[in-house]
Design a protein around this ligand. Sequence first.
Ligand SMILES: [Zn+2]
Ligand SMILES: [Zn+2]
Length: 392
Amino acid sequence: MTKLSAEVEQRIPELIELRRDFHRHPELGFQEERTSKIIADRLTRLGYTVRTGLGKTGVTGILKGGKPGKTVLLRADIDALPITEENTVPYKSENPGRMHACGHDANTAIALTAAEILAKEAPNLNGNLFFVFQPAEEILSGAEAMLKDGALEGVSADVAFAVHMQNEMPAGTVGLRSGPLMTSADKLEMTVTGKGGHGAFPHLAHDPILAASHVVTALQSLVSRETPPLDMSVLSITTIKAGTAFNIIPNTVEMSGTFRCYDLPLRERLMASLRRVAEQTAGAFKCTAEVRNDWLTPAVVNDPAATKLMRELATEFLDEAGVVEMQQLTGSDDIAYFWQKFPGCYAFVGSAKTDGSPVAQHHNPKFDIEESVMTTGVELLVRAARRTLQPK
Ligand SMILES: [Zn+2]
Ligand SMILES: [Zn+2]
């Protein structure tokens, strides 16, 4: 049984209403105007010193406690996805082609509710609350944009915490893991260039489609032959575009994909290998390959002490069985930029529906969460802040 504190229990209706409001009005990365305004207005009303327009639509709020002390950073992501919702719930998305299909509506409502509870307790806290509402997580761009806009100027944190919904885990659970949790992510683009010609005279052309096909196959050797077997990396070529007609060998093939791993030196080595394999494989077919990569985010690495604290706090109000060891994920989250600066713990809150309906994956048009689990997220953030800023 989950044992909720009174401050959280009494806010359940408002927490659900807030999440449903965000759910009805989803906004894509860097376009979260309405969402940001609600966040900024609420934080301002609660007495936080608020900054807006950080990374276009990011918001931060700082509140000093009664006595000086540490600073705790609490972060939520606020953006939605370009998906048309297929649920028939009363709080269905009202923005066609936009949907909160990853639970950031819940993450945001949780952090705002925690901000309210903690603001009331601030006079008794030793230290400062620092809330970060980050845009554009889904395109792994918001955190870096906030940093570039000086979101951390004049403020530092001693420790950082975040929670995220996780539909692959049952309600009533929290998933924690110390160390590497989510991978770094590179966006890849490749152009293979040959010499176009007639489909019936391939010997006069340099066929970039054949070369690109070999490049795709050869690149998989980076995972199977160049990644140490006890480490991990994942490489997916996800788009191939070429050609205009059945009898024309095109000049070029455009491809894109993603490369992910945990280890920074391994990433650097494999990105160099990726270029070599693409260029030399294309060369074998009298073509050239040009590889461009955009390093979207480093890996998310949870701090051992912050994670140990989260584990302790979770066992205070959840069943022992509710606190589970999280497996490493090949997904990414650009919260990594903040976690590089401050020791942090990113926790997953199990959010599978309890009504027996099939679990919809994150990013699926039928995604929805068990709303009651949001209280777990609020408890975690509030307890983590209280513990960090408790009077000595
Ligand atoms: Zn997502
Ligand atoms: Zn997400």
